[in-house]
Write a protein that binds this ligand. Structure first.
Ligand code: SAH
Length: 251
């Protein structure tokens, strides 16, 4: 199995594929001021196994298109949505977030948790703007520096992993320049990293290594995940995930 398949295998059984929690998703939804409405058109980009999609479907009772690059994640989403009797409201779609097959102004809400880094925050927000109707809302969560300065070790780590990492003020400036008005921003809680993401992930690692016969590349993936979790533990004062909630400005 190649590395990508192994990573998918590790993450497909997880409730989330990145830091975040249902309560943070609900908080962001509340910040939008949008209320339950069957006619809302919602797009969840990079939805993974769909934790946020399910929260939105439950809260809004609307039709949601859930997009991810990997069909394995969407298969889990379909199973989860059927178990929660939300299957009829969710339309899974395998597509890349930089080639979304929708016309202009197709959605009232564009949502994306922990995923835009795959194409970069600025590029993603620029591309996705046309998908929103005027006055539609966008909600994106993204890795963010929490202070203006930080230890060299963590600075170097994130700059190597994701050169787009920046402070919340810088992200907001980017959004405003791209034609969004900012409604709200907040940093996700430590619980959303640890209880909702790292704990379930770390608890799956032994079984993951065992089912792939402890092959060196499998142990290596497990090691990288453990190192990432301890990096958060040591440096959480300096970096976090922020939600950015904006509205498409009328030009
Ligand atoms: N939103 C989910 C998953 C976050 S992890 C959650 O919060 O749990 C990032 C997700 O982006 C993964 O599911 C990954 O498969 C997806 N992804 C990566 N590259 C992508 C691309 N080019 N287009 C669409 N989805 C992509």
């Amino acid at each position: 199995m190649d590395e990508l398949k192994l990573i998918i295998d590790l993450h497909r059984d997880g409730p989330r594929q990145g830091p975040g929690s249902d309560s943070m998703t609900c908080k962001a939804l509340e910040a939008t001021g949008v209320h339950r409405d069957r006619d809302l058109r919602v797009l969840d980009i990079g939805c993974g196994t769909g934790a946020s999609t399910l929260c939105l479907a439950e809260a809004l009772q609307a039709k949601i298109v859930a997009v991810d690059l990997f069909p394995e994640f969407l298969e889990s989403l379909v199973i989860n949505s059927q178990q929660r009797h939300l299957g009829n409201d969710i339309q899974p779609l395998v597509a890349s977030m930089d080639h979304l097959p929708f016309g202009d102004e197709s959605f009232d809400i564009v949502w994306s948790e922990g995923a835009v880094y795959n194409i970069g925050f600025e590029y993603g927000l620029k591309l996705w703007r046309r998908l929103l109707r005027e006055g539609g809302v966008i909600v994106v969560s993204e890795i963010t520096w929490l202070t203006d300065e930080r230890p060299q070790r963590i600075q170097e780590h994130w700059e190597a992993e994701y050169p787009g990492v920046a402070t919340a003020d810088e992200k907001i400036n980017q959004m405003e320049s791209l034609g969004y008005d900012i409604i709200d921003r907040f940093t996700i809680s430590e619980t959303a990293w640890i209880e909702a993401y790292y704990k379930p992930l770390l608890s799956r690692l032994d079984a993951f290594c065992a089912r792939h016969n402890h092959a060196p590349e499998v142990l290596q993936i497990a090691q990288v995940e453990r190192a990432e979790a301890s990096l958060y533990d040591v440096y959480k004062e300096w970096f976090g995930y922020c939600f950015y909630v904006g509205r498409k400005r009328t030009m």
